[in-house]
Design a protein around this ligand. Structure first.
Ligand SMILES: *Cc1c(COP(=O)(O)O)cnc(C)c1O
Ligand code: SF4
Length: 435
């Protein structure tokens, strides 16, 4: 780690001869000196590309711009650059220009499920609210490549207020997820204003921020920022570490500050070919996160966004990773593996199978060691039948939600008569006499 510090001071001097540790740790200095073109990258790392390579790289960044903070750049191991997980996440690859048949510009249909600009309302009780288009670093695997870096802009107050109004007008929204771009790239007072507006909406029970700042620009987590965030509890933060190498003294310090401010921390990583598609690397990452009070929340299958085909793994790789974690390490070091369904279906959890068989009063399961075991179910289990009348029920609950049940839960419900869910363009139904 001493060597990393020496490397960083050296880089600081190369970028700006008058710079010292103080400048290096100033996030605005970091942003001002972000690497945005190939020649600067070559100059700072001492790596050289030939003419052909450079031409390809230039072509790539015309489509998907390049932007690396000096801090994140300092984590690259130039001696083994082509295999370096940090390099692969921040430096363009001409493979980004390959377009596969399954690729989509907006695979998650975030724009289609958007009632007002910036808001994606997909789930019944929560919304995604994009409040910034700016990121500290442009991840090569970004699912919102269509937006990030396109135009670095911050939505004005009027646009933000449209989103706030939508949330205020929809009492079913109890959870608001601020994302972008990176919300922590906003000026403190602007973010403070957005959070205050949300605090003032009585039905908003919790706000979360999705940010990669602790990974790519940890000095952005200043005392002032943390002090401001602390005033908006209950506030949760989800960050985005993908490789144990990214857990550095600086990022640990950023996490410590946030955790000390009482902010529950989670991590959403993306499974990326050639970066972290290894059970041992993932286990190390999750254990390191837990050590720093970050709960691994989701592990994402790489989306079908354009330009990401070289990062995608099979779904089986993700299942293999979860198989290597469950039982093998602390339960809270195991994230939920999810595939975000193309077309806006949302996150679908995927797991190895543990339930092997079942009979009238018994289930057969296997554990992580391969031990096959049984659980005997009660002979007479009388579940409370729910007719929606909580006053009459003995389970001491005030009221069932007035909303209709949704999806499979609806098929399971005692109160709903629905017996099947049928796709809207089902041919068999279309052939019916009275259809
Ligand atoms: C991921 C996501 C959420 C939040 O989902 P959780 O499972 O609650 O974390 C909300 N809205 C959209 C559109 C999302 O993609
Ligand atoms: S920080 Fe997030 S939104 Fe920004 S480039 Fe990286 S993945 Fe995309």
């Amino acid at each position: 780690m001493v060597s990393l510090l020496i490397k960083q001071v050296g880089l600081a001097k190369k970028i700006d001869p008058g710079a010292a540790v103080r400048q290096w740790n100033d996030w605005k200095w970091q942003m001002r000196h972000a690497v945005r073109d190939i020649p600067s990258f070559e100059e700072l790392t001492g790596v050289h590309f030939n003419r052909e390579e450079r031409r390809e790289l230039e072509k790539t960044i015309e489509h998907f711009p390049l932007n690396i903070t000096p801090y994140y750049l300092s984590l690259i191991d130039t001696a083994d650059m082509k295999n370096d997980p940090v390099y692969k996440q921040c430096f363009p690859s001409p493979e980004e220009l390959n377009v596969e048949k399954c690729d989509m510009v907006d695979p998650l249909a975030e724009e289609e499920d958007s009632p007002v600009p910036g808001i994606t309302h997909r789930y019944p009780d929560r919304v995604l609210f994009l409040v910034s288009n700016v990121c500290a670093m442009y991840c090569r695997h970004c699912t919102r490549k269509r937006k990030v870096g396109n135009v670095d802009y911050i939505p004005d107050r009027e646009t933000i207020l449209k989103g706030i109004d939508y949330i205020r007008d929809n009492p079913s929204i109890r959870d608001v997820l601020l994302s972008g771009g990176d919300p922590l790239m906003l000026p403190d007072d602007y973010l403070d204003w957005i959070l205050s507006e949300l605090d003032n909406i009585p039905h908003v029970e919790v706000v979360r921020i999705g940010t990669r700042v602790p990974v790519v620009l940890p000095c952005r987590i200043t005392d002032d920022l943390v002090e401001m965030l602390k005033g908006h509890h209950p506030l949760w933060i989800n960050t985005h570490f993908n490789h144990p190498k990214e857990v550095t003294p600086a990022s640990r310090e950023a996490l410590r500050k946030l955790a000390d401010a009482g902010i529950p921390l989670g991590n959403q990583c993306v499974l990326l070919a050639g970066v972290n598609d290894c059970p041992q690397i993932m286990k190390k990452l999750f254990q390191k996160l837990v050590q720093n009070r970050v709960r691994p929340y989701y592990m994402f299958q790489c989306d079908l966004s354009e330009g990401l085909s070289h990062f995608r793994t099979s779904v089986s790789k993700g299942i293999e990773i979860i198989e290597n974690l469950v039982g093998h390490t602390s339960g809270f070091a195991v994230p939920t593996y999810v595939v975000d369904a193309p077309g806006g279906g949302g996150k679908i959890p995927v797991m190895p199978n543990y339930l092997i068989s079942s009979a009238t009063n018994k289930v057969v399961m296997r554990n992580y060691e391969g031990v096959i075991t049984t659980y005997t179910e009660p002979d007479a289990y009388k579940a409370a039948k729910c007719d929606g009348n909580c006053q009459a029920c003995h389970l001491q609950h005030d009221d069932v939600s007035s909303e209709n049940e949704v999806g499979i839960a609806r098929l399971l419900s005692d109160r709903d008569e629905t017996i099947s869910i049928i796709p809207s363009n089902n041919r068999r139904i279309g052939r019916r006499y009275d259809a």
